[in-house]
Design a protein around this ligand. Sequence first.
Ligand code: GAF
Length: 392
Amino acid sequence: MACRIPDISELLQTAKEKFKFKFGSLPNKASCAPGRVNLIGEHTDYNDGFVLPMALQMVTLAVGKTTDSGLCRVLTLADVGEDNYVEFSLPTEENPLIPRQLHWANYVTGVIAHYFGPVVSFDAVIISSVPFGGGVSSSASLQVAIYTLLDELNNVKDNKVSKDEKARRCMETEHEFIGLMDGIMDQFISLTAKEDHALLLDCRSLENKNIPMFDDSMVVLLINSNVSHELIRTEYPKRTRQCKEVAAILGVNSLRDLTLKTLEDRKNLLDNVLYKRAHHVVTEIERTTKAAEALKNTDFVTFGRLMVDSHISLRDDYEVSCDELDELVEAALEMDGVYGSRMTGGGFGGCTVTLVKRYNIESVIHHIETKYSKSATFYVCKPSDGARKIDM
Ligand code: GAF
């Protein structure tokens, strides 16, 4: 059975109650930012390529209130597996914020450190319906929710800093406070998504286009393998280094500058592993633009075929899938009414994304549940809006 996704109003209610309990009064500002599922275009963002994500209904929500204590006090209600409360002084020139021991808190301090203007002291409570470690951007949604809350607490008007700039600043948080040299996809979609649309993003120029996904006959099924991961502890950093290495050997700025022909012509300069990594990136960039075209034409058959090719390439060339993700994809593809299925996000665990004809969604879920060797969680997803303030 598909899992129920809590409404924003439910999250808000709980966050307000916990805030009152912890800090003794009610918060007066709130923001939220969604997780995302990437439909296609995996491991292309840090290679200046194209991605095609959509935002989920699952969000990270933050409530807060400014104080004059000079302290930032933040409680998270997410299941972070470590102390869920942190207190720290506002940064000064002599005492800038630096990464702390609590992993989740680094996203908060990192965003404050990268915020465009001065920050006032505040209390905040964070709550999230985005599965943690599930490859659907729980961390980017946390960064963007905090950035948006800071805007609210500082009464900043919407257009002061562009969304491109905010996404860059949140991405730098990840680079400098977490040490993961990821691309800009997750922060960008969390900030800019539009309801009922996917987003084709050129990660080099940040030019982007919303592509309608109104068709009621098709649903996006997200399946969490429940193999949890923190990308920094996987081979993700190694993959980013391998891509840089290929670019250096072949004398290009990034793998975006290669075509399949130029890669094949210079194949003899690369060992087999580096060749496979580059082959994935080059073909995935091409698949992503084709998939965007197919989506525009509501050609789900072509779209689904490209998703399957993407999965095979991530599994065999890029080697970022795992047995559980492969099992989920295989089980999905056995069913009628499935256009395509693939792993989504960084890989090494996390989720798959499957396009299914709506009429068959219950049978598809049932079939996968029976075939999967572990216990999976199923979400029927609707392309949702990006980060926003919430009226209290
Ligand atoms: C993670 C990263 F954060 C993204 O930047 C992207 O590289 C993705 O993995 C793989 O496509 O979500």
